[in-house]
Design a protein. Structure first.
Lengths: 118, 259
């Protein structure tokens, strides 16, 4: 539900990331990593991004979303596994004392700028 | 915006347009892609700005010795009633205040003000009708409170089991309320919320005699399946049944911080 706010942050961070001597360059693609546990609906985010990107260097840019699986490590037996169901106990020893190694990401990895002189 | 990210960004580029990898020594790599685009590494959390603000709030609460609870739930689960009754007990021992978020209306704030605790109402309408309270909204609301005269601050978040879980506001503890009319499956459907909280209330247990199908044990098991070991308090905000363990948890959590 807060995809609009997230889209606005993406535009802001992306714009600030365009190097000064490439000001005016058009962004062709934004590469985003989204953990499966994060409260983001990819389609909704793409829609918001398209709207918010208008009249910015990101207008028309593709929002590429890489989904990151939820990886966990058991603090009791050190077992590591991928959580793909809503159950957060160790699949080896059933301990509930676990650390999530990934799955909460909402990160901008990189931008791809269109070469103006290409 | 809250931060100027430019100096935190490992953004690099080079001007040759050849189609190859060409990392600079000591710098982040820039890749010129086959499609004639140039890749600039950014590597930043989208919610960075919120996390920085939340950290500042947390520092302020530490300096002022204020215990902060972030109370979350879906709409209509009994957050405001729970809070009204909770305040009545806590205010015997602690100086309390409330920040209450609502997309519109001041109804909740009016009800809570009757407790005698200072109440700051946030209508997220002003902030774009948001579905959660973000750290900067809390920071803004704090100007309406006397922080020198405060032990416990309770933030009643926007009714929503999804978004508030994603936004740190600088709180010490998070609690989620699930009411028995919502169904036992909700923890499994909203895992992030139940994962992120420190305690859960299973509220409206006074209605259990009318809900043949609701299985209290299954609901609690589902919560613990998402968050093993999390305390689950079975409560009725209406009758205050089961309030003892919830208040004990809250008091001991607060005392841990306040000393």
């Amino acid at each position: 539900m807060h995809e609009m706010g997230v889209a606005m942050q993406i535009i802001e961070i992306a714009q600030a990331s365009i190097p000064a001597d490439m000001a005016g360059a058009r962004v062709a693609r934004v590469n985003l990593k989204v953990g499966k546990l994060s409260a983001i609906v990819a389609d909704s985010l793409r829609f918001c991004f398209e709207v918010v990107a208008r009249e910015t260097p990101l207008e028309g840019a593709e929002l590429h979303i890489e989904e990151v699986p939820v990886q966990a490590r058991c603090n009791a037996c050190r077992h590591e596994w991928t959580i793909d169901q809503p159950a957060f106990a160790c699949t080896a020893c059933e301990s509930g004392d676990i650390t999530l190694l990934s799955g909460r990401e909402l990160d901008i990895e990189s931008l791809e700028l269109a070469e103006e002189d290409a | 915006m809250l931060l100027d990210g430019i100096n935190r960004i490992k953004a690099l580029h080079h001007k040759d347009g050849h189609d190859h990898h060409h990392p600079h020594a000591g710098d982040a790599p820039v890749e010129t892609r086959a499609s004639g685009t140039r890749e600039i590494k950014v590597v930043r959390r989208v919610l960075d700005a919120n996390e920085i603000m939340a950290k500042a709030n947390r520092q302020l609460f530490a300096d002022q010795k204020i215990f902060v609870l972030n109370l979350m739930s879906s709409p209509g689960s009994g957050k405001t009633t729970t809070l009204e009754k909770t305040l009545r007990h806590l205010m015997q021992d602690f100086r309390c205040a409330v920040i209450v978020g609502d997309i519109c209306t001041t109804q909740d704030a009016d009800r809570l003000a009757a407790s005698g605790a200072p109440v700051v109402q946030i209508n997220t309408d002003e902030f774009g009708g948001d579905c959660h309270l973000a750290a900067h909204v809390i920071e803004k609301a704090l100007s309406g409170l006397d922080l020198d005269d405060l032990d416990i601050l309770i933030v009643e978040n926007i009714g929503n089991l999804v978004c508030p879980a994603e936004f740190d506001i600088g709180e010490d503890k998070r609690a989620v309320i699930l009411s028995v009319t919502e169904g036992e499956d909700k923890p499994l459907k909203y895992p992030l919320m139940f994962r992120e909280c420190d305690a859960a209330l299973l509220n409206k247990i006074d209605l259990l005699p009318y809900l043949e199908d609701f299985d209290v044990k299954l609901a609690a098991d589902n919560i613990r399946q998402i968050h093993p070991g999390m305390p689950v308090f079975e409560t009725s905000a209406k009758t205050e049944e089961g309030f003892g363990p919830w208040l004990d948890w809250l008091r001991s959590s607060a005392k841990e911080k306040l000393g």
